[in-house]
Every structure is written in C-alpha cells, then in structure tokens.
Design a protein around this ligand. Sequence first.
Ligand code: NAD
Length: 495
Amino acid sequence: MTIIIIKVIMLPTQIPNWIGTQEQPTQANEWFDKLNPANGQVLFKVARSRQADIKQAIEAAKKAQPSWADTPAVQRGMILHKIVVGMQNRQSDIAAIVAAETGKSMKEALGETGGAIQCGLFYASEGQRLYGRTTTSGTANKYAMTIRQPIGVAGLIIAANTPIANVAWKVFPALICGNAAILKAAEDTPATAWIFGQIAKEAGLPDGVLSIMQGFGEEAGAPLVAHQDVGVISFTGSTEVGRIINRSAGERFARISLELGGKNPLVVCDDADLENAVKWVLLSAFSNAGQRCASTSRIIIFESVYEKFRDMLVEKTKKLKVGITDDCDFGAVINEGQLLGMVSAVEKAKKNGATILCGGERMTDAEHKDGYYMAPTLIENVDPHDEISECELFGPVALLFKVKDFEHALQMANDTPYGLTASIHTQSIHRATRFYDKVQTGVAVVNAGTHGSEPHMPFGGRKLSGNGSREPGTEALNIYSELKDVYINIDPTQV
Ligand code: NAD
C-alpha cells in the first residue's frame, strides 16, 4: 500500500471505513479528496459511503451487540481502558493527524487529544458504576429497583471542529452501556476517526462492536439516522442539520441527543477586572479559530467601560498570531466554504452599517494565501437582531454590544435563538448569582470564558442549541441505556 507521511506518522493515501475490525473501501469503491486547511493541498482520499455501506455496518453491529451486551460492564470497561492506553501511547500520532486535518497547531491538537483520553478514562471506569436504583414499594413483600440496559445499535454523527474529542465524547459512553456503535465521521476529519478505529482494534474490541464510516452527511449520515434498527442517534453539529435529524429519527421514535450550535454571550460589567475579561474574550472568541460551539461571539459591555474595554481588546486582537506553529493563537478554518460564508456575512453586515474594528477578511499574505485563514475579527454597531447577531458563524468573529446596566445585559444575553453557554465578568456575587440563575443556557461561567464541560460534567443547550439532552458525564448514560423497572415479589411463608 502507498503511504504518505504527516509529521511522524504514516497514513494510507486512502482512508477506508472500518466495518468492525475490518478496513474496507465502499461497495462502489468511491472516494473523495480531503484537503489540508493550512494550504489547500490534497491530504488523502476518503471512502465515500452510501446507504449500502451503512446497511452493512448496521448488520455487523446487530450481530455483535448481543454478546457485547452480555459482557459484564466491568469487563467492557477494561477493554475501553485498553483503548485509552492505546490513545496515550499514540497521543502524538493522533495529535499529528488532528493538526494536519484541521489546520491547528500541534500544541492545540495535543491538548485536545488529552481531553479525549480523559473522557475515555472516565467512561472506562463507569463500567464499575452503571448504577440503577433500589427503592421502596407500596406493597408488602415487594421489592423495587431499576436496572440499566443497552439500547442496541447507536448511530453517532459528529462535527469536525475538535475531532478526537468529538469521537471520544460519543463512542466511549455508547460502548460502556453495551451498545454496538456506528460512528459517521465528519467528512473534514476522516483520519482522526480512522486512527481511533485502528487503536480500538489493537485494544481487542470485538469485531462489529464499533464501525467507523466515512462520507458525507446526506449520503452516509442520513441512512444511519433513518434506519429502524438504530435505536439511538447522537448528533453533534449545526442546528440546521439537527432539525433534519430530529425529524427523521423522531418519525420512528428513536432516542435522539442533539448537541447543536451557539451564539454565546460574554458580559463585561462595570466592576469587571478588564484585563482578565480581555484575556478570556481572546481565548473564547478566537481559540480553535472560533470553531467551538461554546465560542464567545457576542460581547456585551456596560456603557461606562465600553470604550476602554473595546480599545484594550482591539489592541490585543490585532497582535494575535494566526498559523499552525505552536506559538500561534489559532489556525485555519476547516474548509473554504466555511471561510467564504463568514467573509460574506461580514461584508453584508458592513453594507448594513456595521463597523469592522479589526479583521473582517480572508488573510491573503504569502504565509496564509493558500490556506483557509480568517483574520481575527471584531465588529461593532450592529443591531442585536441583525442577521450577523443571530446566526452562528463558527469562526473567529465576535460582535460588541453596549448596554446600560445589568438587567439590560441579561436581557440581551437571553435575546437569541440559542442557549448553549454564557459568561459574566463581575466582582459582585449578587450579579454573578443572578446571572447564572437567569441566563437561559446549559452552561454559565463566572469570570472566565465561555466553554464546554469537563468529561465528568453534563453539557448541552437550551432553545436551538439542543433538545435538552446532556452529554458527557454520567448524564450521557441516560442517552445510551434504557432503564427497566424490576419488581420482585416474595412469599414470606415459603421462607
Ligand atoms: P454540520 O451540521 O454541517 O455537520 C455535522 C455532521 O453532520 C457531519 O458529520 C455531517 O456529515 C453530518 N450531516 C450533515 N447533513 C446530514 C444529514 N442530512 N443527515 C445526517 N448527518 C448529516 O456541522 P459542521 O459545520 O460540521 O459543524 C459545526 C456545527 O457543529 C456548529 O453549529 C457547532 O456549533 C456545532 N457543534 C456543536 C457542539 C455541541 O456540543 N453543542 C460541539 C461541536 C460543534
């Protein structure tokens, strides 16, 4: 087989599917090109799966699942732990692939891989704690409890932004609960999912328990979502696609978990530590090139500190370094379509009267012109209901809004179709408490950035950011398992 070399790791020139522990091309032998976001060059070809390939993976999963379910959860956890050890041993290989596929630095990719490992460790140990509940009964000699059971086949569909974390967030909880899983990798990050499949095989995961399918959403994702034998669909991606998935899987009453987009506010009060707030805005708005569901995209500032804060922020933003080396603050966006969409949204806002404080354009200097780089962008003078204020751009673009006081800030923070994360910067416990109490999001943060959850904590959004499900944490176990009530009646006269 021909191989190509990315940093230290050797990859096949074609990324196939894993159907169970077998690497396979698609039945029609179709492939598509995966481009490097840092320079626009072809990295490798990727299997273009269609319905027939998905059906094959579902058949393999159905065959493998009963004996996986019969494997004690503690032993399932031990196999997952071997996968985690494999990830630890190959952390730099995984990170090299993540960096190459996403156009981010190796440093950032290593950090993300560390997070995925932490998530795996958490769920491997959950094999020892798949708790049900024992309780009382209203009837004499009757005993009541709940037990957790697998659902069957889990269909997992993920976005490309933090690819190895996204794989771990779904595969580990699905498997520890005794399901067989089919992961539809993001078309922009196929090799990250592929190497996870290889590590899972090396760790001894039984054949058929995990399949990793490559391809596009409508061709490979939609048949997985629609298939009646896939009992649970867990999706991380845009609200637009989440709506389609909700309709398709909802029609057949599948369990559905939707982790969707955000338009996350960060409030800067007049009593905030402005240096600290600037630091967190820079990280929250621009890290990972703003491609985080939890990214800060609306900065809501008290009018009495507006000019001062804006000037401090603009000055620091202009100094951010964009590129793929470890000293850079962020890298490329994932593909050219994403970049062009953002540039045109900014252009439209400009025509409508917005002021571009910095950035606003594709970077076209010699170092960046071949890749998909967006300059860090800050915008003011937009209406909270303008298109750019309400739509998620998923890039390094943030808007500044001026407010009178706390109540105005809270009202604006909540005046959005989304409800994923929010942050407030204040020295006042009264403001901080009222904010986390009243803000309509799944995560609220005081005096730091807008961010996702740690692996042992539940994450999810309100309104258009999700359907109320929460992953990861132990809450994810409720997505991937069925609770069954068990009642035991005894006859004490027979003792
Ligand atoms: P996307 O919705 O375009 O794609 C996500 C995945 O869905 C991909 O694997 C894609 O192939 C698949 N898909 C597309 N159409 C499909 C269909 N009809 N049926 C089944 N699958 C289909 O999202 P994206 O642009 O890749 O990712 C960015 C989005 O993801 C942003 O909105 C971001 O906020 C969101 N996101 C949310 C979270 C969260 O936890 N809430 C985390 C990361 C990203």
